[in-house]
Design a protein around this ligand. Structure first.
Ligand SMILES: C[S@@+](CC[C@H](N)C(=O)[O-])C[C@H]1O[C@@H](n2cnc3c(N)ncnc32)[C@H](O)[C@@H]1O
Length: 274
């Protein structure tokens, strides 16, 4: 299996945290596919991260619910293509399969190969095109074009758990290419405050969490102070924008908020200005 190191390896840690929500009495979502990718090695690696920063699990549960709900809403509104950048072990192509909707998952080949094999072993099908590659180095538009993506169809893009690993220039360039290529889309993503990256949140356990990713070979590079400015510079419109603290309150008001991470971690959806 893929080594649990570098940015590709982070997908296995996230998958472990995502699977843990299934055990809650009142889970925010159910993902009964993700556990198929997990084993003792992934469990141990995720356990080590949780020891340093226990709230990580809740942060992943909240973002998963936000992306799940937004995806369902976009499908209900008639979206025909779903692009998942840096898909890792995302299982939505199976869990959220819908008539007339094609998924396009971009990630490095080893992760996508593992995913395809495991799903096949369990006789799980999905209308998904796996796109092995690096959407920064290989050019995201060429990757999509090579897999019969249609830029004229209504599209929803998910960019989850990726932005911290990219430079600001790579993020802006990726957004810009998508804006210029796809006619009509909505695009959900998550990002950290620039204070997390600068280590000025005053939260030592959050700094320790970042160190854990450095240790794994997946350093966090980028956060944003003001996403409005970024959206305006790209001529994109903010459809919605939440701190995970706000979503935490909305989704699980009865669970205690264990960290100020949630004030520094954001989720949002952008769209092309008509
Ligand atoms: C933290 S994981 C998140 C996976 C998934 N989106 C989720 O939330 O469960 C980051 C994933 O993004 C992928 N990734 C990051 N940068 C990438 C790039 N430039 N091209 C392709 N995949 C990338 C990594 O390989 C990894 O699978």
């Amino acid at each position: 299996m893929t080594e649990i190191a570098n940015v590709s390896g982070t997908a296995f840690i996230i998958a472990e945290f995502r699977a843990a929500e299934n055990e809650q009495l009142q889970p925010l979502y159910l993902d009964d596919i993700v556990q198929l990718f997990l084993n003792e090695q992934t469990h141990q690696a995720a356990g080590e991260v949780l020891q340093v920063f226990p709230p990580a699990k809740d942060a992943i549960a909240i973002r998963t619910k936000y992306f799940d709900d937004t995806l369902s809403a976009q499908i209900a509104l008639g979206c025909q293509q779903v692009v998942i950048l840096g898909a890792g072990l995302d299982t939505r192509a199976v869990r959220k399969e819908a008539l007339g909707v094609t998924y396009f998952e971009i990630d490095h080949s080893a992760t996508l190969k593992l995913k395809a094999e495991v799903l096949q072993q369990h006789h799980l099908t999905a209308n998904v095109k796996y796109i092995p590659g690096d959407y920064v180095r290989d050019d995201i538009i060429s990757l999509l074009q090579q897999h019969n993506f249609n830029p004229d169809l209504l599209t929803y893009l998910l960019w989850e758990g990726n932005s911290v690993y990219l430079t600001k220039a790579e993020i802006i360039t990726t957004f810009g290419k998508i804006r210029d290529y796809i006619k009509n889309f909505k695009f959900s993503f998550d990002y950290m405050s620039d204070r997390v990256i600068a280590r000025t949140t005053g939260c030592q356990e959050l700094n320790d969490y970042i160190d854990k990713f450095i240790e794994m070979g997946a350093p966090w590079l980028t956060g944003f102070a003001d996403i409005t400015e970024v959206a305006e510079s790209l001529n994109l419109q903010i459809v919605e924008h939440f701190s995970t603290a706000e979503l935490y309150q909305k989704y699980c008001g009865d669970r205690a908020l264990e960290s100020n991470l949630f004030d520094f971690y954001f989720l949002g959806t952008l769209e092309k200005v008509a």
